[in-house]
Design a protein around this ligand. Structure first.
Ligand code: FO1
Length: 317
């Protein structure tokens, strides 16, 4: 059993390759829900949807989120009534949010709606778990005041200066069902190439997760989302610097060092291997740029081969 922790587009791209090299029934994904936001009376869960859309082949490849060929007629009509339209809610994407709302309005949980949505997108064999069924939200303290992450990321296009990050509700939130068991039962835990601050960070703050990762019997491997201090997409470097950290793979290793066995870094960061090993984290250097499914499969296969070469994991069937 492989258990992966991840957030939005970077995790989705990596997992698309991983599900091409292992049986989906072998995989559990624990997804960040701190990007979630209330919108038009619904609760949108961008990271869950991005993973489900990408793994089911339904994603808009150009944008990296939302559904392929979606339209935005409802959004433009909503503008007439003064609704905020900076969050690109597509017409077909809207159906996913309406269904999620129907499940929760009927007393269901985010875990239940996620499982049902995944099934309807043909992903019934694997497990996709929200990190928690409780409300958790990332807010960014900026030089223009505090704002929800989505507002910082989309409406303000990451322009405001970052002064702090508050992951509201994370400490009080309970792990969703099966989350802690999927860490204990994994013979390999993979931390996807997601933003360490606001995609992986919130998952690590959920009660019991960090302790289970430290004590987990399986090997713990992370893929750095940075190369030469930059993420392929998103605000990871801006947030890390805003928090007074250096934006580097070595800093990613520091953030995960309490539980991590191996950090996979890009060849462009090979010079950092020594400083990462000083943290007690082994290093695997390869090409971590995964622009397409083939490269993502290649990366997954290399990581599984490297792990097996350490004799720590039974060969995948
Ligand atoms: N990202 C954008 O940059 N602009 C958008 O308008 C946008 C809309 C959107 C709608 C649904 C959804 O599931 C994701 C959406 N995203 C959009 C991506 C989203 O902000 C990110 O995937 C995560 O929240 C960060 O990883």
């Amino acid at each position: 059993m492989i258990t992966a922790l991840g957030g939005g587009s970077g995790a989705a791209k990596f997992l698309k390759g991983l599900t091409g090299v292992i049986p989906p029934s072998e995989l559990t994904v624990i997804v960040n829900t701190a990007d979630d936001m209330d919108l038009y009376g619904m609760r949108v869960s961008p990271d869950i949807d991005t993973i489900i859309y990408r793994l089911s082949g339904s994603i808009d490849e150009k944008k990296g989120w939302g559904l392929r060929d979606d339209t935005f007629e409802v959004l433009s009509a909503a503008a007439r009534f003064g609704f905020p339209t900076w969050f690109g809610l597509g017409d077909r994407d809207l159906a996913t949010h309406l269904f999620r709302k129907a499940v929760t309005d009927a007393g269901g949980t985010l875990s239940e709606s996620t499982s049902k949505i995944a099934q309807r997108f043909g992903l019934g064999e694997m497990r996709i778990l929200p990190m928690s069924d409780d409300r958790v939200e990332t807010w960014i303290e900026t030089d223009q005041g505090e704002m929800h992450f989505q507002e910082y990321y989309i409406k303000h296009a990451m322009r405001p200066g970052v002064k702090g990050v508050n992951i509201k509700g994370a400490r009080e939130a309970s792990a969703a069902p099966l989350v802690l068991d999927s860490i204990d039962g994994a013979d390999l835990v993979i931390i996807c190439p997601s933003n360490p601050i606001i995609s992986i960070g919130p998952i690590l703050e959920i009660g019991g997760v960090m302790e289970r990762l430290v004590g987990a019997p399986g090997l713990k491997v992370a893929i750095s989302p940075l190369m030469r201090g930059k993420p392929l997409k998103g605000p990871a470097d801006k947030l890390m610097r805003g928090l007074g950290m250096e934006a580097s793979s070595t800093q990613v290793a520091r953030l995960y060092a309490d539980f991590l066995d191996i950090l996979v870094i890009d060849r462009s960061d090979a010079a950092e291997a020594a400083s990462i090993k000083l943290l007690g984290v082994n290093v695997f250097v390869t090409d971590t740029v995964i622009p397409d499914e083939q490269s993502s499969k290649r990366l997954s296969r290399e990581i599984l081969d490297f792990v097996e070469s350490l004799g720590q994991r039974r060969a995948s069937p």
